[in-house]
Design a protein around this ligand. Structure first.
Ligand SMILES: [Zn+2]
Length: 92
């Protein structure tokens, strides 16, 4: 191990993302010469879950529009449903 890479016994070992040292977090995992703490991993998982949820909702919207297009609805009803889907996709 090189002199620049902290070891598990190094009191200066800290998360490469948030900078907290090992005494400020539950655990740190090593990825070569970088470290990740449990707090940052939780934050990454939340971001990934939110993006997956947004992708799923976007796919549902596409499927609904496709189904509406094939449903031979009265034009006014179709237009209003389509506008409603667009409005909800803009809402955050
Ligand atoms: Zn961290």
């Amino acid at each position: 191990m090189s002199d620049t890479v902290p070891t598990p016994s190094d009191p200066l070992m800290f998360c490469s993302f948030c900078g907290k040292n090992r005494d400020q977090v539950r655990w740190l995992i090593s990825g070569g010469n970088v470290y990740l703490c449990n707090d940052c991993l939780d934050a990454c998982n939340e971001i990934a879950a939110e993006r997956n949820r947004e992708d799923l909702i976007a796919e549902w919207r596409k499927q609904i529009v496709t189904a509406l297009e094939g449903a031979n609805l009265p034009p006014l009803l179709f237009d209003n449903l389509r506008k409603l889907i667009e409005v909800t996709s803009l809402a955050k």
